[in-house]
Design a protein around this ligand. Sequence first.
Ligand SMILES: *Cc1c(COP(=O)(O)O)cnc(C)c1O
Ligand code: SF4
Length: 378
Amino acid sequence: MEYWQELLRKSVESKEEIISQFGIKPEVAETLNDFFQTRVNPYYLSLIRHKGDPIWLQCVPDEIELADLDAPDDPLNEDAMSPVPSITHRYPDRVLFLVTSQCSMYCRFCTRKRKVGDSSKISMKYIQQGLDYIAAHPEVRDVILSGGDPLTLTDFMLEKILKGLREIPHVQIIRLGTKIPCVLPQRVTPQLCDMIKKYHPVYVNTHFNHPWECTPEAKQACEMLADAGCPVGNQMVLMKGVNDNAEVVMELMQKLLAMRVRPYYMYQADITKGANHFRTPVKVGLDIMDKLRGWTSGLAIPYYVIDAPGGGGKIPMLPNYVVSHDEKTWVLRNYKYDIYTYPDVVEETPTKAPARKRPIRAPRKKKVFSERTDPGAR
Ligand SMILES: *Cc1c(COP(=O)(O)O)cnc(C)c1O
Ligand code: SF4
């Protein structure tokens, strides 16, 4: 048995363990575990510094999860976009491919609580169906392996899936959505990296939420993936009590860059049964973005997105940098709230009149705002 499998086997999972390890009330322990199972491996457990800290909140079950049982359990309407059980096809050219229900930890804020951990809903038997669906849909050029966590599969199983995908000519890129580098970095072994390497381009999106998760072990795992040629990105979830302030987010983003991980998304927490206590006002997210842009490396800045309830997809949210504008001028503010005007290009409507000499451009004003505020410009 490999070391990571041993760690996984030693996880806190049972009703008795959550009562003794976390002081969960015996009368709710079973209901809690029935609602959404517990799994905290000794590595992630060792990151807890005190009860109720940002690490604790992410992994230790809490009675509060049972308080909103009439909230939606499929807020993003993913099930309606599943042509086969293992595929979520929401966008034109890419799909989520759910290849396992297992995770190396069960995050208390998980948006897929209804499926994750339940092997009747996501399982190996649906994998062939998923491959067949992708093969039959030439518009799918990007496949995101998700679940559950695809890196909980053995190298052998994962390779079968990667190989299957690479036999489909229209699949250009493969992404691995995995929390492993954060919660069980020991899983990233040289053998795994050597295997993944054969199926490039493979992108990895991992999931760090707090600077305390950026340990030497996690750094090593991310660097090994980067050395294997995988661009590694990070998807953070904004959560009350965990990372809902700009200092914590900036520290996390800077630490990730130092581990060769590029921040990608900062998600507004979804409206999910059993996880609503993590939600924050949108204003908090916008304020964090405002305190990142300009104040630290542009590379450290993720897109802040809200996954629209009902399945509209991710919608980017940006603080407002436009003070006012008309046809000729944009009045903008920078990260320090200084005001600049940008003279826009005014295009003449084409006429049939003979070409005239172009007017000389207006001289540049002293301060001309030139940095684009569009996050797509990064
Ligand atoms: C997030 C997501 C994707 C990937 O979106 P990108 O913006 O391309 O990273 C694809 N499909 C579904 C269903 C998603 O939720
Ligand atoms: S690793 Fe991902 S899928 Fe698994 S419980 Fe955590 S958030 Fe949910």
